[in-house]
Design a protein around this ligand. Structure first.
Ligand code: TEU
Ligand code: CA
Length: 536
């Protein structure tokens, strides 16, 4: 069935710093990515999202941009980028770039000008405020537990930064800023880029009297303008990164009637197993709650919008560590999690290495952790938990976990670099790496390749109505229905086996993560993390 191309997309996220280093400086780069495009193609991927590769001082590893129109030299040149784009298109792979326009780097020329004084023509490109009663303009804190306001002695004002102080927020109320951003977006789209992942896009409009800074009064106006002047004319795919939305709020951004974004990530399920959703504060993981949230979003967008389905990205640790069993049942739990998500309606997003069931590293010393969110938390974590427990929590749920370089093979340097890697390599690279996964029968990689193929070819999986039939802690069962045809997804979200009365009469297994799955008997045995997709 014909549909917007974003519904056919199977998106692979590349974190360029950690993907593949081609020149031995220990940092992943564009030529490294080009060398792996056949690997990405063979997996069945048709769309790549690349995390920022623009010029950046790397205070937040590229999410602090100092030149929106040029490539960071450590990744290569603009010509290298254009060659990569061309090589992707030759393979039928589209490219989404990361659009980080809530803030720039403080080393962007706009901010360097803006900071020169109150009467500088770039002053209002950013958000400068006088003190209120001699203190901060409001009570907002940054995403990294700093105040959101940085004092500038020379002008006697604060500037707003919802992330680090090296990431000043742009003032979207200024029409010149909006024009600059729309011109930059069209610069990349005219070059042939196919769309964008839009970083913290629901923060760009602010209501300074509100308790928290998201979903401000002009958000839809700004996004609609981007849609009319940039996205729609280029048939671009866009996916917004928006935390804390309900399905209805998400639809205000992504419904085709809205004319704003194609999709919006919802991350609610990723907060399960964190106390009040807080990273570094793990609590009992509840698979029933996790699955119920995913189901809520299936129902919430059904027939009106389209889900963006993800379990990992560059801000998340490996899903097998958080929701599965990295030691005993790595393969089974990785493939079960994949089946749970890919069996649902929506565009799937796969983070580099997830296709091979990669697991977290072990941080043995604090200086192995390089992410600003991790290092900013260090004083508090050290004081509260002491080094051993702090490192245990960092090894479980820091953003560094997902940023460890790809293990392409089991050699000392994991096939990632010929030099010294910018960050530690994965401790488990000898056992878990791409080469081993490609060659092993029944590997996570092979399962993902079959699952992606099925997802792309099967209209019931792509368009079918979702209905959750069971999620009682014993097993998950949901059905997809399209034009009178039905599929079932059944799985055991646990590391123990169970025997149940078979909850369906006839069926043909389309895919299962145990090679000897059997649905012919009266009762159904589900082994640890066993998952099946069944045609009935
Ligand atoms: O993430 C914003 C964001 O929501 C996360 O940083 C989240 O707040 C944090 O991980 C919760 O523990 C985007 C990018 O994905 C992230 O890498 C950047 O650091 C951030 O925006 C600023 O650009
Ligand atoms: Ca390099």
């Amino acid at each position: 069935m014909e549909c917007d191309w974003y519904k056919d997309a199977v998106v692979y996220q590349i974190y360029p710093k950690s993907f593949c280093d081609s020149n031995g400086d220990g940092i992943g780069d564009i030529n490294g990515i080009i060398s792996k495009l056949d690997y990405i193609k063979d997996l069945g991927i048709n769309t790549v999202w690349i995390s920022p590769c623009y010029k950046s001082p790397n205070a937040d590893f590229g999410y602090d941009i100092s030149d929106y129109r040029d490539i960071a030299p450590e990744y290569g040149t603009l010509d290298d980028f254009k060659r990569m784009l061309d090589e992707m298109h030759k393979r039928g792979i589209r490219l989404l770039m990361d659009l980080v326009v809530n803030h720039t780097s403080d080393e962007h020329e706009w901010f360097i000008e803006s900071k020169k004084g109150r009467d500088n023509p770039y002053r209002d490109y950013y958000i400068w405020k006088d003190p209120v009663n001699g203190a901060y303009p409001n009570s907002w804190s940054s995403g990294f537990n700093e105040s959101a306001w940085e004092w500038d002695e020379s002008s006697g004002q604060y500037y707003l930064h919802l992330f680090t102080k090296k990431q000043p927020d742009l003032n979207w109320e200024n029409p010149k800023v909006r024009q600059e951003i729309e011109d930059m977006v069209n610069y990349w789209l005219d070059m042939g880029v196919d769309g964008f992942r839009c970083d913290v896009i629901n923060l760009i409009s602010k209501d300074f009297s509100a308790k928290i800074p998201d979903n401000g009064p002009h958000l839809h106006e700004y996004l609609h303008s981007l849609y009319l002047n940039c996205f729609e004319p280029h048939n671009a795919m866009t996916v917004g990164e928006v935390w804390g939305l309900t399905p209805d709020e998400s639809l205000e951004l992504t419904s085709p009637l809205a004319g704003e974004l194609s999709l919006a990530f919802q991350f609610e399920h990723l907060s399960v197993g964190r106390q009040d959703g807080k990273r570094f504060f793990p609590c009992e993981f509840d698979p029933v709650k996790f699955t119920d949230i995913l189901a809520k979003w299936q129902y919430g967008l059904n027939g009106r919008g389209w889900n963006a389905l993800c379990m990992e990205n560059h801000d998340q640790p490996r899903c097998v560590n958080r929701f599965g069993s990295p030691e005993k049942y790595r393969r089974e739990s990785a493939t079960m999690l994949a089946t749970l998500l890919y069996g649902m309606q929506g565009t799937v997003f796969l983070y580099e290495g997830q296709e091979c069931g990669f697991i977290n590293p072990v941080f043995n010393s604090y200086d192995e952790c390089l992410d600003v969110e991790t290092t900013d938390a260090y004083p508090y974590m050290m004081k509260t938990f002491g080094e051993k427990e702090m490192l245990r929590r960092y090894s479980f749920d820091s953003r560094d976990c997902g940023r460890i370089p790809m293990s392409w093979n089991g050699t000392e340097n994991a096939g990632f670099t010929e030099g010294k890697s910018w960050i530690k390599l994965n401790d488990f690279r000898k056992e878990v790496n791409v080469e081993t996964e490609i060659n092993a029968d029944n590997s996570v990689y092979r399962y993902y390749r079959n699952l992606i193929k099925l997802k792309k070819e099967n209209d019931i999986l792509k368009f079918g109505e979702f209905c959750l039939l069971n999620n009682d802690g014993r097993f998950v069962l949901y059905e997809r229905t399209f034009e009178g045809k039905k599929l079932l997804v059944i799985l055991r979200f646990s590391d123990t086996p169970i025997e149940i009365k078979k909850p369906f009469e006839f069926g043909k297994i389309l895919l299962s993560n145990y090679s000897d799955a059997d649905i012919e008997k009266e009762t159904l045995r589900l082994r640890p993390y066993e998952a099946m997709i069944i045609e009935i």
